[in-house]
Ligand binder design. Structure first.
Ligand code: PDD
Length: 287
């Protein structure tokens, strides 16, 4: 079934939504994005995603073509038109399509940004069987640019990382810089040792995950100890548990890192409990 997508003010069948070959998203990866999950037909943490989007745009001197209220309405309209109950909404804003290719940013008065949204219908997202088994990760060098706090569409290296993981018979890769884990290719990384949840502190080294913020808040509310600091792969391999978080995986246990089994090799109690709390609270607060 063909989706209805949103492009620059119009709701269109996906085959009719066309963007110029001069669009800077296409030529320069000059664009930002957000992925918001959908549970029970409602948006999870829309405000967090809208705020991070505004920050990403601001850091790149890019204008938003819509207000955040309009953005919420577009998200909701797309969910209605595509009957999405569980899944995701993808949003991308690029610096638009000037008349030709040029490294210099175009004048925003003459070149409006391009905005695209589409839905991804994923029944069973919350009931993902991978969460019951846990996933396996490999470690690779973090060769991305150094402004990972901006959610840009330049995803070639994360994509290569997923391919390296696949070639190694694993599910994903954790990125390592200066001997410490930064994050996963498309998620934040955590370990649990002696009941303490350890995850890298916020800086330009990692994306400030919206799921991360919620999960750490729920963990603290449940009297779990949280330590925000970098950790090594060796420390992770000796941890009791490991897990990742993102809008598309929620809380996902990790049971193997570079061939070493974590804990009992099955999802641990902390990750399992955090996933339950996250899903329960997110369903309640979804709009
Ligand atoms: N990825 N770190 C990176 C590098 C990411 O790409 C993501 C999200 C996260 C987690 O952020 P959040 O909790 O706000 O989803 C961390 C999205 C889901 C994606 O690219 O599909």
């Amino acid at each position: 079934m063909s989706r209805i997508v949103y492009l620059n003010g119009e709701y269109l069948p996906e085959a009719e939504a066309k963007v110029s070959i001069f669009d800077r998203g296409f030529l320069m990866a000059d664009g930002v994005y957000e992925v918001t999950s959908v549970l029970d037909g409602k948006l999870v943490d829309f405000d967090g995603h809208a705020k991070r989007l505004q920050r990403s745009l601001g850091e790149l001197d890019m204008a938003s073509p819509v207000t955040m209220d309009e953005l919420l309405e577009i998200h909701r309209e797309l969910l209605r038109r595509n009957d999405v109950v569980e899944g995701m909404v993808y949003l991308q804003i690029t610096r638009g399509a000037p008349a030709d290719r040029d490294f210099v940013f175009p004048n925003p008065e003459e070149t409006p940004s391009t905005i695209v949204l589409f839905t991804q219908n994923k029944p069973g997202l919350a009931d993902n069987p991978a969460a019951k088994r846990g996933i396996k990760v490999i470690s690779i060098d973090d060769l991305r640019w150094h402004r990972r706090d901006i959610k840009t569409v330049q995803l070639l290296y994360p994509s290569m990382g997923k391919m390296m993981a696949k070639a190694a018979g694993c599910d994903d890769a954790w990125l390592v810089e200066d001997g410490h884990v930064t994050e996963g290719t498309s998620n934040n990384a955590y370990i649990v040792k002696g009941g303490r949840i350890i995850t890298r502190d916020l800086s330009t080294d990692i994306l400030h995950g919206i799921t991360r913020a919620a999960v750490l808040r729920f963990a603290r509310e449940a009297q779990m100890e949280v330590e925000e600091r970098p950790f090594t792969i060796e420390e992770a391999q000796q941890a009791d548990e490991a897990f990742i978080t993102s809008a598309s995986t929620f809380v996902m246990p990790v049971v193997e890192i570079d061939g070493a089994t974590i804990g009992a090799g099955t999802p641990g109690p902390v990750a399992t409990r955090l996933r339950e709390i996250y899903l329960e609270e997110s369903r309640k607060a979804a709009i």
